[in-house]
Structures are given as structure tokens and as C-alpha cells.
Design a binder for this molecule. Sequence first.
Ligand SMILES: [Zn+2]
Length: 470
Amino acid sequence: MADNGFREMERTIIGNIWTSNEAYDTLREMCDDIGHRFGGSESEHKGAEFIKKKLESYGLENVRLEEFPMASWERGEASLKLTAPVERDFSCVALPYCPSADLNAELLHVGDGELADFERVADQVPGKIVISASETNRPGERGSHRIDKYNWAVEHGAIGYIYINQNPGLLHITGSIPGRDPNGEGAAAREAPIPAVGVSWESGSMILRLLERGVGKVELKTNNRTYDSKSFNVIGEIVGTEKPNEVVLMGGHFDGHDIAQGAGDDGAGAVTGMEAARALAAFKGKLKRTVRVICFGSEELGLIGAWRHAATTDPDSYVFVMNLDGAGRGQGGQEQLNLSGWDELLPYFEEFGREHHYDFTVRNQLNSHSDHFPFAVRGIPNGTLNARDTSAGMIGRGWGHTEADTFDKINPRGLQMSAVLVARLMLKMAQDDAFPAKRRSVDEVRQQLDEAGLLARLESSGRFPPQQQT
Ligand SMILES: [Zn+2]
């Protein structure tokens, strides 16, 4: 391996991470003691304080909480009864921001819930409760996101949505749904227009089987509360010596879903960033650019912390933003970096893999569903590094967004391997004199969003063109 100019620093990083249980122990405490860390809840606020203390103990600089107002949500009882063609009760969970409701309506199966599916049965959707799988991303395929399906259901006149988990195991599927007013931020705007619940693969399969016998009718009751609250991003830095105003940012979201521990989504990713920062803190006063670690709050409720941070920091200060949603999972060695449409960066990261004899997949496709996206909207070079957990052979989110996203699925070696890769990538970006990408103009971003089919909804929600807040 040729000396890249900072091999000695890499030895320190790898030795430090490889001989430490810090990341694993930290995640354990977040999961077993602090709990789900649902956005805006007391558990999330405790998590923020806990992470802040950790970053301080690692010797990071400018450690701080970035507070922002947001709407949180409290779960109540939910019940689902099929009343025709036969009577059956099914267990369900309401999805975050689901309003309270008491519905009796016909049930309509909308296939995979893709736009084409809704269009095919458009005349039948009004007044019905629709049912489909939540997400159907089989390996190598790209299906639509739960939120897209929800929006199509609302636009076509559905009055409720039942999402089926895409994996077996008697696990409910959850995930937030968008609010009635895309331009509003308070609880009234954030509460969803129609109720949505998640059921297990097994319940969903049975409902679909029973529907083959005749017209289905369901009774759906939900009882929840959307309320005004606050949330936090947690931030720490190693300030650069030569170019302190040029920032390389890394971090995952530390909030989770209230039905689980949020271990793999995304406690592991948050802790991966913290661990990489801990190792890089050994080089205080020796890094050229500033390395910033962030643990985003309230990602699961609409990327709220990331939108906030992207809007309140100088977009020209960023060299690169590395989102860590999904990092640290699995056994290690299955990391992948997904760039948000940055062809000029592909060779930079591929070369890194070759030079380090460390294989990780580098892909390049813009998507809108995690914390990198608010930075992408501002034209900032960015990507998401995650690690697949293939142990259970599941599709889509795997354990994520179910009760089974728990600490026991996390492997200490998987955390270490993600943290080592992230720390080395950050070191390189902090030290390289030149970085082969620069911020895109508003027009360039507009074109990119348009090509990805994301522009119209962003414009109508007031997210594009982006406004700078103070
Ligand atoms: Zn996540």
C-alpha cells in the first residue's frame, strides 16, 4: 500500500476503533436504558443529552445541542376489524401522525401501491380504505416509498391506508405519514389527512386471501394525538487548522420509532459517526478542514433535524456531507456509499477502495428519503453510507420500522468496520488539498430534482428553492 501521506494517522484510527467496545456499549445504553428516542418525546430529549455528554467526553470541540420546534405524536389504541366478506379481527399499529378516526368503509387492494396501480383503479378509490405492501424494494429493485403511496392514496380520494409489512415474522410495520398542510410546521398542519395503520405480513396475507371471497369491508379505529414539541440535533467538531471554514460533515439520526429500540435504524448509524469522531479527535489541531459530527433528531418524522441544520448553516462551508443512516449494521464488509447524483465523485471514492484494498460499493442515485436530502436540495455534495444486514435474508428495511429493530441484531464488528471506513474517508476529505466536487447552483439542482421526479412536490411544499434561516 503506497503511503498516502497520512498512513500513520490511519493506524491510530484503526487501532483505536478495533480495540474498543465504546460504540457497542454506547448503542446498548441508548437502546436498553434511553429507549426508542421517538422524535419530540422525552426519550429523544434524554438521548440528545446523553450523546452530548459522550461527544464532550471524546474531547470534541464546539459540542452543542441545536434545538428546533416540531410536532410530535402520541400513540393510542388502534383496532382493525374485517366485517365482510367474513368477520375477523386483526392487530394493527397506527403510523406516526395518524389522526384519530372511526371508519367503516369498503376495502380496496391496490397491488403494490405504485402510481400505476392507483391509476388503474382510480375510479374505485374514492371513499375506500386501501391496502398494499408498505415497501416492496426487492434486492436490486427500486419500488416507491410508503410516503409516495400515501400521497397517491390521498390524491385519489382514499379515506384510509392499511400497510402490510414486506417481511414475515408477525411484525407490524410503521413509518410516519405526511401532514395535511405541506407548508405548515405546527401540530395542526403536521397531523395527517387520513389514517394509516401497519399490519404484519401474516395479517396482510390473510386479509388479501379473504378478499378473494367477495367485497371487503373494514372497521378501522385509531386514537392518537399530534402535539407541539421540540427536538435536537447534537453536534461536535474537530476544528480544522488550515481551512477551518471548510466542513466535512458526517452523521446519522439518533431518533427511532416508538414501537422499537431503533437499534439498526438508526442508533447504529448515529453511533458509527460518534465512534469515527472519537477516533478522529486524536488529531485535534492536525486536521486541515473541520470535521463535524452530527446526530440528527426527528429524521423518522420527516427529516426535520436535517432540514433544520441544512437551512441554518452556510451551504458554501460544506465540502461533503456523509449521511450514516443504516451504517454500522450487519457483520461488516458490506458497506455501500450511495452518492446523490455526483458522477465526478465516483472515481474519487472508487479509487479510495482500490488504494486501501477495501471493497465497498459506490453507487450514484438521488433519493429523497433520508437526512442527506436537505443538503442535496442545497446543492451540497453528499451521499449516504450504509451497511446491509443480510443475515436474515429479508427485503427492504428488514427489521427496520418493526418491533424487532432491537439491539440484539447489532454486531460489534459491524459497528467497528463501518466506523473505520467512515473515519478514514473523513480523514481523506479533511486532508486532501483538492476535492473533486463543488456546490451546485439552484438551476443545476432544479434540473436534477426534475429528472428525479421530485421537483413539483418540493416546490409546492415551499422547500425549493431553499431559503436560508438564521
Ligand atoms: Zn433511518
